[in-house]
Design a protein around this ligand. Structure first.
Ligand SMILES: C=C(OP(=O)(O)O)C(=O)O
Ligand SMILES: [Mg+2]
Length: 441
């Protein structure tokens, strides 16, 4: 049975017909242009969708169409916006906004490429989201209920990236994300409050140890201190959790996104970690050491995006202890996920709508993952906007987990704030805590 069910009434109702579709460029959190689409229905339901943007993108993601040339240093989205207004709008105007799948497939069809390169994944994803929001608004239901029905009441466990490294920061940390995971609480709001307290303790610790420059932040709002070693970053997280009065492992655990495709040297077939060349076997041993020394509950992209084999070995050895998450590995793509399921490459998937390009394909992936017993983590991108759609998706599909950066910087806090609002709105909010992980560390 499908775990995602868009509330859909088949009767004809003029109110849901799409009246207008308008694309424009707006700015994202890195100061780059991105695509915004506004869809209005005949019943005057309004939906606004945005394309987020990654920095450590997977090779197999839907293509983000950029103009090249001089404007915006080549990052302009004029063509993508034009594609919304000239290619997508004429086709979907007049369609029933509740027919998400048909609309998404229409866009896939007129694009005609495997990776949405013609119209642009950015044009398509912003439209897909705007359509769902316009339908929900017309129906006068919140988006999470439109996606998951009245019974959608599970708030996700947040994974908060509070030390940034890799391509998201200007420091020398090889790993991209050092996250705290407040799983030992009974509600989302308590978990978030505790995380914010840890964030502020970390800020004090960093300032005292390294001076005020150490509290500059990276792309996702986490601090980007002048560290070089993974263990030093993890030690600081433990220190901050304790300083805030919480118990590491029991109340607040740790998680990593290695984003290891960026550390992999193709020609030599090795990873460079802290200046040392490691084979995939040695890297696996390195992770084993980290898992035994720290209360780690999840490691994302431990191996590069084509290495299903070592992923599978790691999962068979550590899958009963931690989540092994495929992000660049799966790129929210049904075909790559089925390969992962068949080869037992992981036990969790990072879900980013813009990696695949439409809501319908995203829901298919979530369904597939859940059916295979995989955990699902709904995720932001490092380049974000004020859009809060992922919060509603996380609740709507009962994802259980969300990854949306530090609890600072407006484009990240918007998502947390939306979840606080949803928690108050639903009748019996549930917070899954450690049940979404194989075990408490
Ligand atoms: C959120 C991430 O970063 P980006 O958006 O740069 O891919 C990630 O790698 O999980
Ligand atoms: Mg990642």
């Amino acid at each position: 049975m499908s775990v995602v069910h868009l509330v859909y009434h088949s009767e004809y109702d003029e109110a849901f017909l799409i009246k207008s579709v308008r694309g424009r460029w707006v700015l994202d959190s890195r100061g780059n242009p991105t695509v915004q689409v506004k869809v209005v229905t005949e019943g005057l339901g309004v939906g606004v969708g945005y394309a987020p943007s990654g920095a450590s993108t997977g090779t197999h993601e839907a293509l983000e169409l950029r103009d090249g040339g001089k404007e915006f240093h080549g990052k302009g989205v004029k063509r993508a916006v034009e594609n919304v207004n000239k290619m997508i709008a004429p086709v979907i105007i007049g369609m029933d906004s509740r027919k998400q799948y048909e609309i998404d497939m229409k866009m896939v069809e007129i694009d005609g490429t495997k990776n949405k390169a013609r119209i642009g994944g950015n044009a398509i994803v912003a439209t897909s989201i705007a359509v769902a929001k316009a339908a929900a608004h017309t129906m006068e239901v919140p988006l999470y209920q439109y996606i998951g029905g009245k019974q959608a009441n599970v708030l996700p466990v947040p994974m908060l990236n509070i030390i940034n490294g890799g391509v998201h920061a200007g420091n020398k940390l090889d790993f991209q994300e050092f996250m705290i995971v407040p799983a030992g609480f009974t509600s989302f709001s308590d978990a978030l409050r505790a995380s914010v307290e840890v964030y502020h303790e970390l800020k004090n610790i960093l300032k005292n140890k390294f001076g005020p420059l150490a509290i500059n932040v990276g792309d996702e709002g986490g601090f980007a201190p002048p560290l070089e070693r993974t263990r030093d970053a993890l030690d600081l997280l433990i220190e901050a959790i304790k300083a805030a009065g919480y118990s590491p492992g029991d109340q607040i655990a740790l998680a990593l996104d290695v984003a290891s495709s960026r550390l992999f040297k193709q020609g030599k077939g090795v990873y460079v970690v802290e200046g040392v060349e490691l084979t995939s076997d040695k890297l696996l041993e390195y992770y084993a050491g980290l898992v035994s020394d720290y209360p780690i509950v999840s490691i994302e992209d431990p191996f590069h995006e084509e290495d299903f084999e070592t992923f599978a070995r790691f999962t068979s050895e550590f899958g009963s202890k931690i989540l092994i998450v495929g992000d660049d590995l799966f790129v929210t793509n049904p075909e790559r996920l089925s390969r992962g399921i068949a080869t037992r490459a992981a036990n969790a998937i990072l879900v980013k709508v813009n990696q695949v390009g439409t809501l319908s394909e995203t829901f298919t992936v979530v369904d597939m993952a859940k059916t295979a017993g995989y955990r699902t983590i709904i995720s932001h991108r490092s380049g974000e906007t004020e859009d809060t759609t992922i919060s509603d998706i996380a609740v709507g599909v009962r994802a259980g987990l969300i990854k949306t950066g530090a609890p600072a910087r407006g484009e990240r806090t918007a998502k947390y704030n939306r979840l606080l609002e949803i928690e108050e709105e639903v009748e019996k909010p549930e917070y899954p805590g450690f049940t979404v992980f194989p075990r408490k560390p």
